[in-house]
Design a protein. Structure first.
Length: 445
């Protein structure tokens, strides 16, 4: 096991990683920007390294500075968490060159999976189901338009190097295809420095289902699925699990493990799918990192995924077999973002009062506290509220009680929206697709 690890992140995930490292007996070090100098992850670390930049994001994106910080303090490994440098293959490669362990997959695997076109090809070869679409990047309108006609409208245009739903365009008819293609290419170039796009059949009435995988480069196991269809701007708000029948879980679980093995994956990975109204699955992408919603899986399996990922990075082989992954109860997670609950506009500010719920089966992952100054330059996630019930009905009841007890004064939050969702008949009946919020836009009146 490592003696000293540098966390290259902030907020709740930095604190989550810090806890896992401490339980493993590892010294906790962390970088931080000026805005986070008084944050809990920094205050509770064994050693904090300031990387102040005029642009706050650069404090966490300047990977040469992060690597130098690791060298200066003698850190053997860097944990990137999620976001920022977590999926940066150049950063992972530089870590390898400096003899620092990147806690995650290799640079080559990150690069492969970061290219949505190549990832699609690799997973299709491994036996995962994919939607009809282009086999290579498309740049000219005429070729793209002909392909869209062949696939059949509606189609979706995606950035080849994209993520987080940035730039995606759904096209229902040929007359607007060209303008949608140009918009997607422009946004892809701006966001990722890569204007390449591809076209896929758009899955109508789809649900978003993802599988949690752990692999050691040779073998892989899965920890079941999470259901993540309630989203705003293609970013998740509510996650829960389990969702599928044991038979479907076993079938798709075996396939994602084969997919991980086929590329020599090492560490935690999430395989994301769309599931259509007929129950058929279509591969979306692989997220080569710990996910925000890993907490749901930890609740229903009892396994610490973050610690397992660190142990694999330290050179251990899989410490579990598939038969040891047992599912118990039902978990629901609500992301408590500091946002207007209707327009989803960020709401930075100071927390004048802050109280989170507790009790049996209630978990809160947060870096928030009374007096915390929520910056406006980073993601708006304040806390993750997770509950575990014996079944889904009990989990919903627990979440309603937990939301009622949560107090966050000083910023607007999406708590009222979560409360409305927990009472909404379609949610209770599991009648949920990725268009849930669009179809229930009047939840808050």
């Amino acid at each position: 096991m490592f003696k000293r690890v540098l966390i290259a992140n902030r907020g709740e995930i930095a604190l989550r990683i810090s806890r896992a490292l401490r339980e493993l007996g590892v010294e906790v070090c962390i970088i931080h920007g000026r805005e986070d100098r008084l944050s809990l992850p920094v205050r509770l670390s064994d050693r904090a390294i300031p990387l102040y930049r005029s642009n706050p994001l650069d404090s966490y994106l300047d990977y040469e500075a992060v690597i130098q910080a690791a060298i200066d303090i003698g850190a053997e490994a860097i944990h990137p968490g999620y976001g920022f440098l977590a999926e940066n293959s150049h950063f992972a490669k530089r870590c390898e060159e400096e003899g620092i362990t990147f806690i995650g997959p290799s640079a080559e695997v990150i690069s492969l999976l970061g290219d949505k076109i190549e990832a699609r090809k690799a997973m299709e070869s491994a036996g995962l189901p994919v939607a009809r679409g282009s086999e290579s990047a498309i740049s000219d309108t005429e070729t793209a338009s002909k392909l869209a006609e062949k696939i059949g409208y509606p189609v979706i245009i995606k950035a080849a190097a994209g993520g987080g739903g940035i730039g995606m365009q759904i096209v229902n008819e040929e007359s607007v295809f060209e303008s949608a293609l140009n918009l997607c290419q422009s946004r892809a170039k701006s966001a990722f420095g890569d204007s390449r796009v591809f076209v896929e059949k758009y899955i109508e009435g789809a649900q978003h289902v993802e599988f949690q995988v752990l692999a050691d480069g040779t073998n892989a196991i899965h920890f079941g699925e999470r259901f993540c269809s309630i989203q705003r701007r293609h970013q998740k708000l509510v996650e829960e699990g389990p969702w599928l029948t044991p038979e479907v879980r076993e079938e798709i679980g075996n396939r994602v493990c084969e997919g991980a093995i086929s590329v020599g994956y090492k560490g935690l990975a999430t395989f994301e799918f769309l599931r259509d109204k007929h129950g058929d699955f279509y591969f979306l992408e692989v997220n080569p990192r710990v996910q925000v919603e890993h907490t749901v899986t930890e609740m229903i399996t009892g396994h610490d995924l973050v610690k397992l990922g660190i142990r694999i990075a330290a050179g251990e082989k899989l410490p579990l077999t598939q038969s040891q992954i047992i599912f118990s109860g039902h978990a629901i997670q609500c992301r408590l973002n500091a946002e207007d609950p209707i327009k989803f506009v960020p709401s930075p500010g100071k927390l004048w009062d802050c109280h989170f719920p507790g009790g049996n089966g209630v978990r809160v992952d947060t870096h928030a506290h009374i007096g915390y100054e929520m910056p406006g330059c980073f993601d708006s996630l304040l806390a993750k509220l997770v509950v575990l019930g014996v079944d889904r009905n009990e989990a919903i009841s627990k979440m309603k009680a937990a939301l009622k007890e949560t107090t966050l004064i000083g910023v607007e939050t999406v708590i009222p929206l979560h409360q409305a969702i927990m009472d909404e008949p379609d949610f209770i009946a599991r009648d949920i697709t990725i268009q849930y919020l669009e179809k229930h836009h009047n939840l808050l009146g």
